[in-house]
Design a protein around this ligand. Structure first.
Ligand SMILES: [Zn+2]
Length: 200
């Protein structure tokens, strides 16, 4: 738009003021951002680190080999192992794991390293723990009396305690034992051949 004599533009003053104000606003925003970054960056980088660590652990687990014959320590190393895989169960089911008997409260040890994927209850298993181990195999510990101090996404090493022997779920009232199952690509496989047998 063209300026003319009837419409002069003595606007230097407002322009100058608004520039000052906008500079001040920018400075304030910058200071605020610096303040926020200063407060948040350490925790952001910590979160990033643990996220990256967790992803790296997951990837390295998946790269590792699936359990082979006689390669896994028993969840209850002092107890006798019996191959109870495939036995008949109620409602036409078959036994998708093995039962290892031990006194109530005996600590149950993880058979592999891995990432805890479940600590909770279901109808059949009662109190159960699931750990995703090498090759992505799921290691399932059921009928627990209680859990160890673990939570989903925790890392565990072989031999770490995951829970304690009990009779929860559909084992209620039966001799206390851990039901140990291994799932590969979603299908149950017999853990018995994969477990090292105690010297006898
Ligand atoms: Zn069982």
């Amino acid at each position: 738009m063209l300026a003319n004599a009837n419409n002069p533009q003595p606007k230097n003053k407002p322009n100058f003021l608004s520039r000052i104000i906008s500079v001040l606003i920018r400075a304030a925003v910058l200071l605020l951002l610096l303040f926020i970054f200063d407060k948040l960056l350490p925790s952001i980088s910590q979160q990033t680190q643990s996220f990256v660590m967790a992803k790296w652990q997951q990837l390295s687990l998946l790269q590792q080999e699936l359990p082979t014959e006689d390669s896994l320590p028993s969840p209850l190393p002092k107890q006798h192992l019996t191959d109870t895989w495939g036995g008949a169960r109620s409602q036409g089911r078959t036994h998708e794991g093995i039962d290892i008997f031990a006194p109530r409260g005996t600590p149950i040890q993880a058979t592999t390293q891995g990432i805890v994927s479940k600590v909770g209850e279901n109808t059949l298993g009662g109190r159960v723990v699931m750990i995703v181990g090498p090759g992505g195999a799921g290691h399932y510990y059921a009928h627990l009396e209680d859990y160890a101090d673990i939570a989903p996404n925790d890392w565990v090493n072989a031999g770490d305690i995951v829970g304690y022997v009990g009779d929860s779920g559909n084992a209620k009232g039966t001799p206390t034992h851990v039901h140990y199952g291994i799932y590969i690509n979603g299908s149950a496989v017999n853990p018995y051949p994969l477990l090292r047998k105690p010297e006898s």
